[in-house]
Design a protein around this ligand. Structure first.
Ligand SMILES: [Fe+2]
Length: 324
C-alpha cells in the first residue's frame, strides 16, 4: 500500500483521513469489582447520556461518506470503546474491519480504551494489526511507524488508567526517546511526518483533569526533532493550534467525535488531508466534513504551506495559512 495518489503526468500526492472518538461499543453488565472503581461512573454516564449522543447511524453515515471516495490511509485516534471492558474490544474490531484492512487503517488507543490495567491478550490484542507499525514488533507497541509513499505515520499511545473523574493521558519516557529517534530519522529521509495520538500535546490547551500530563515533554521532542503535522482527538471538538520547532510552526489539529449527533456538543466530523510535496515546502490541503443530521458533507477547506526542515531547505519561514 503506497498511500500515493497519482494522476498521469501529475506530481505525487499523498492522502489520508483522520477520525476519532467513535465510542461505538455497548458495554456488557459490569462485574462486582467494576462497581467499586472508575468503570461504575463511566457506565452511569453512558446509561444517562453518552448512548444517546454517540450513535451507530452517524458512524454508518461516516462510513458511507468514506466509501464514496476512499482515502488511501485512515488514522483513528482512539476512544473506540465506552469503558474498555474486554467484550467491547471485539465490537471495536468488527467496526475497524468495516473501515478497511490494517494496512490502510492506523490506530492508537484513547483513555476510554484503558480505564483499568487489563491483560493485552484479552483487550488491545484484538486490535493488534491496526496498532502495529511496519515490520515485526520489537518490545513496546508504540510508537508505531508506518511509511506510506512520502508519509511517515507515527502513532503514540497516551492511554493510561487514571483515577475516577480524571481523563488524563501520559506518553512516558520510553515512547518519547523512541519518538525522537523516529522523527529525526524520518526527517532526514525527507518524509512528511504525521504524529497521531489521543490527547493534545499542546501544553495548557486542556483542563487539568483532561490534560496530557507530559505534554511539555512531548512538545520538547517536537521542538528538537520536528514534525509536519500532529493529529489528536479526546475533546470531541475541532481545534487548531501549533507547536514550534526551530523556527517552523507545526500544525496541531483536533477533530470532533466521529459518532456524535451533536445534542451535547459538536456534531460528528472527520478530516481529509492531501499532501503535495514541493522543493522548499509541502502544501497541505485539509477538508473538514461534518454530519448534518442525515449525511456527512464538506464544512471547510483550508490550505497550509509547511516549510521543509532546515536540512532539506535553507528556508525556515513561517507557514502561510490561506482559506480558499
Ligand atoms: Fe478521550
Amino acid at each position: 500500500m503506497s498511500g500515493e495518489t497519482r494522476v498521469r503526468g501529475a506530481p505525487p500526492a499523498w492522502q489520508f483521513a483522520h477520525l476519532s472518538d467513535p465510542h461505538l461499543s455497548v458495554p456488557g453488565p459490569l462485574g462486582v469489582h467494576d462497581w467499586l472503581g472508575k468503570r461504575a461512573l463511566g457506565y452511569l454516564s453512558w446509561r444517562r447520556r453518552r448512548r444517546f449522543e454517540h450513535r451507530t447511524e452517524v458512524l454508518a453515515a461516516l462510513g458511507a461518506d468514506l466509501a464514496r471516495d476512499p482515502p488511501e490511509q485512515i488514522l483513528v485516534t482512539g476512544d473506540i470503546t465506552q469503558l474498555g471492558t474486554p467484550g467491547e474490544f471485539l465490537q471495536g474490531r468488527r467496526w475497524l474491519e468495516t473501515l478497511g484492512p490494517p494496512q490502510r487503517v492506523g490506530l492508537v488507543p484513547g483513555n476510554h480504551d484503558c480505564t483499568r490495567r487489563e491483560p493485552w491478550a484479552g483487550t488491545l490484542a484484538h486490535w493488534q494489526p491496526y496498532l502495529d507499525g511496519d515490520g515485526p514488533r520489537t518490545g513496546s507497541a508504540f510508537p508505531s511507524l508506518r511509511r506510506r509513499g512520502g508519509l511517515a505515520l507515527i502513532g503514540l499511545s497516551s492511554a493510561v488508567p487514571s483515577p475516577p473523574l480524571l481523563a488524563t493521558g501520559r506518553v512516558g519516557e520510553t515512547q518519547l526517546r523512541e519518538l525522537e529517534s523516529l522523527l529525526t530519522a524520518t526527517g532526514r529521509q525527507g518524509l512528511f511526518r504525521v504524529v497521531y495520538l489521543h490527547h493534545s500535546p499542546v501544553p495548557g490547551q486542556d483542563p487539568w483533569r483532561k490534560r496530557l500530563v507530559d505534554a511539555p515533554a512531548v512538545a520538547g521532542v517536537i521542538a528538537r526533532a520536528g514534525a509536519e503535522l500532529i493529529l489528536h482527538g479526546h475533546r470531541h471538538r475541532i481545534r487548531t493550534a501549533t507547536l514550534e520547532s526551530q523556527g517552523r510552526w507545526i500544525p496541531v489539529h483536533g477533530t470532533a467525535s466521529a459518532s456524535a449527533l451533536g445534542h451535547h456538543g459538536e456534531a460528528g466530523g472527520y478530516s481529509r488531508y492531501l499532501v503535495l510535496p514541493g522543493e522548499r515546502e509541502w502544501r497541505l490541503e485539509l477538508e473538514r466534513r461534518g454530519y448534518d443530521g442525515a449525511r456527512f458533507q464538506s464544512c471547510a477547506k483550508l490550505e497550509i504551506r509547511i516549510p521543509r526542515p532546515a536540512q532539506d531547505s535553507d528556508s525556515a519561514a513561517q507557514p502561510a495559512c490561506t482559506k480558499r
